[in-house]
Design a protein around this ligand. Structure first.
Ligand SMILES: [Zn+2]
Length: 82
């Protein structure tokens, strides 16, 4: 039986047990949040600190990749039901 490890939310400071919250891994670092909302707020604040010339092209490339994946999925299901 593993002992329950108490964690503290990086964003709001609320305590929670490890495994119940959200873990965000950036490089070699791990950050823990008690909820998805806190994790999202942290990531949004982090994004604001990254220069737009870095974050905007990366965001656009990611959106494009996801869009292509969605298109592929839609084409696959079209084939299935045609
Ligand atoms: Zn929190």
């Amino acid at each position: 039986m593993g002992k329950k490890v108490k964690m503290r939310c990086t964003y709001c400071g609320r305590t929670f047990f490890k495994g119940q919250g959200v873990e965000v891994v950036i490089g070699d670092e791990k950050f823990y949040f008690h909820s998805k909302k806190c994790a999202l707020r942290f990531l949004q604040m982090l994004l604001e600190r990254i220069p737009p010339e870095v974050s905007v092209p990366a965001a656009k490339a990611l959106a494009r990749e996801l869009q292509e994946a969605i298109k592929k999925k839609e084409e696959m299901s079209k084939k299935k039901f045609a």
